[in-house]
Design a protein around this ligand. Structure first.
Ligand SMILES: NC(=O)c1ccc[n+]([C@@H]2O[C@H](COP(=O)([O-])OP(=O)(O)OC[C@H]3O[C@@H](n4cnc5c(N)ncnc54)[C@H](O)[C@@H]3O)[C@@H](O)[C@H]2O)c1
Length: 269
């Protein structure tokens, strides 16, 4: 009898997102993919939105093969029409949206300010900051009736760390996301939509593939930095996924407009 009760409780606890519809941008890789898998495992139907068409359909296939429900949609999050129609496509297939994880992002060009190409600056800001705005904006019509949870991936860069030289565009985009997320939390509380911002530290993902440091120019920035070793190792994307699940679920139903550092205390040093 005891075992039976235990099993039922476990079942209920394990599927906290049953029947929910979730959108994950940048869902084909790294933190987005790990989180999409986590949300799907908890019962959500997950739409992965990503620039990389092959990787996004492969990721959706992977989730389906593991017993989850998923679709992959190729989209550039910096393009308003594309984002609008991708979200429309998801809602058309599955109905209203409950969870949005605005996570797509790139490190982009890393260079001293003096050498920073304004077009490359715009590119980083367009993907990271404008992309977040567009994702949130175009999801609102499908969330305003029933409410839901939005989670934005910012970073420790631009919110608690300002010493990674060359990352001015990236850090500015990440600081912008935090301010935007807080304003969105207040504005969208009218619709019972919660908005929270996560700030990951160092994680092992594919972000290095879209990181373009100009090593020679960066040599010119000579500000001595401490040599202290990070107190903990870089994290695994699955450790962010656990936090995303918490914020996506009713376990955080009174949490909105806050930032959450996910860095194992690395940036406190
Ligand atoms: N990895 C880290 O250490 C770390 C730390 C702090 C914050 N972050 C943030 O986490 C988020 C996810 O990064 P990740 O580390 O998982 O990197 P990743 O490169 O593994 O995944 C990012 C995904 O975003 C997609 N993407 C890039 N540009 C896009 C666009 N214009 N439209 C749609 N999709 C696009 C890529 O195709 C990729 O699949 C980013 O916002 C990043 O800034 C990462």
């Amino acid at each position: 009898m005891k075992d039976h009760v235990h099993t039922n409780i476990q079942k209920e606890v394990m599927r906290v997102l049953a029947d929910k519809v979730a959108i994950v941008t940048g869902g084909a890789s790294g933190i987005g993919l790990a989180s999409a898998k986590r949300l799907a495992k908890e019962g959500a139907k997950v739409a992965l939105l990503d620039l990389n068409a092959d990787k996004v359909s492969e990721a959706a296939n992977q989730i389906r093969a593991e017993g989850g429900e998923a679709m992959g949609v190729q989209v550039d999050v910096s393009q308003t029409k594309a984002v609008q129609s991708a979200i429309e496509q998801v809602a058309g297939a599955w109905g209203d949206i409950d969870v949005v994880f605005a996570n797509a992002g790139v490190n982009g060009r890393l260079a001293p300010i003096e050498d920073f190409d304004p077009e490359e600056w715009d590119q980083t800001l367009s993907i990271n900051l404008k992309g977040t705005f567009l994702t949130v904006k175009h999801a609102i019509p499908y969330m305003k009736e029933n409410g839901g949870s939005m989670i934005i991936t910012s970073s420790v860069n631009g919110t608690r760390v300002f010493s990674n030289f060359g990352m001015t565009a990236y850090s500015a985009s990440k600081a912008g996301q935090l301010a935007f997320g807080k304003m969105a939390a207040l504005e969208l509380s009218n619709y019972h939509i919660r908005v929270n911002v996560i700030c990951p530290g160092a994680f092992e993902t594919s972000i290095g593939e879209r990181t373009y440091p100009n090593e020679e120019q960066l040599e010119n920035i000579r500000i001595p930095k401490g040599k202290a070793k990070m107190p903990t190792d870089p994290g695994k994307p699955e450790e962010v996924a656990d936090v995303v699940l918490f914020l996506a679920s009713d376990a955080s139903k009174h949490v909105s407009g806050t930032e959450l550092f996910v860095d194992g205390a690395q940036t406190l040093l």
